[in-house]
Design a protein around this ligand. Structure first.
Ligand code: FMN
Length: 191
């Protein structure tokens, strides 16, 4: 049985719940899944594949998630990786795809994976972590714009790629940067 790490960062809990939903879907496809918060000592080495997600705050991923991509880039480049981000709130948010922060786009290239898939976010006054969050969570942006059908469908497509080998027996893993360059590359950008 293949094992998958679902690593996430969160400030107000919404992205952690997306990570859990992804994990549930992967488990229903007979994959073994661990869901963990991004941290420096979270090692990807023991996993066949990794899914990583962060909320977007002021057009950036949370530091824990970006640091995780940077610190573990070499290990991540050796296995299939999928990225997601949660953020857009308000009308049409569930269908919105926003660009990834520059640091995340660069990390995706180094790792050899696609830019993150965007899912709608959640702004809930009762979970707000400070005055700005409370203010944001009032009015048109307040609410839960996560579409769990879309989230599960995305996770299901990942499960499909992990459980059904392609005709040539390869996974989708496709390092975008030659190994020699990856080994010496550093991502020198802010979040
Ligand atoms: C102060 C603040 C800034 C935000 N900035 C962005 C942003 O730049 N882009 C975006 O799409 N969503 C933004 N959001 C929405 C959050 O990404 C969304 O609420 C997300 O689901 C929160 O995830 P979490 O509960 O896991 O922390 C912002 C929310 C707050 C409170």
């Amino acid at each position: 049985m293949k094992n998958v790490l679902v690593a996430y960062a969160t400030r107000m809990g919404a992205t952690a719940e997306i990570a859990e939903a992804i994990a549930d879907e992967l488990r229903s496809a007979d994959l073994a899944v661990d869901v963990r918060a991004c941290s420096p000592d979270l090692d990807a080495a023991g996993y066949d594949a990794v899914v990583i997600g962060s909320p977007v705050y002021l057009n950036r991923w949370l530091k824990d998630a970006v640091d995780y991509l940077k610190r573990h880039a070499t290990e991540l480049s050796r296995r299939p990786v999928w990225l997601f981000q949660s953020g857009p709130c308000g009308e049409g948010a569930a269908d919105e795809q926003i660009g990834a922060p520059v640091a995340v786009r660069k990390a995706a290239i180094l790792i050899g994976t696609d830019p993150p898939r965007t899912f709608g976010g959640r702004l809930d006054r009762t979970k707000a972590t400070g005055p700005v969050s409370r203010w944001m969570a009032t009015g048109t942006y307040e609410g839960d714009f996560r579409d769990f059908d879309k989230i599960r469908a995305w996770a299901s497509s990942i499960a499909g790629e992990l459980t059904q080998p392609s005709s040539n027996g390869e996974t989708r893993h496709r390092p975008a940067v030659p190994q020699s360059r990856r080994r010496h590359s550093r991502i020198k950008v802010d979040r």
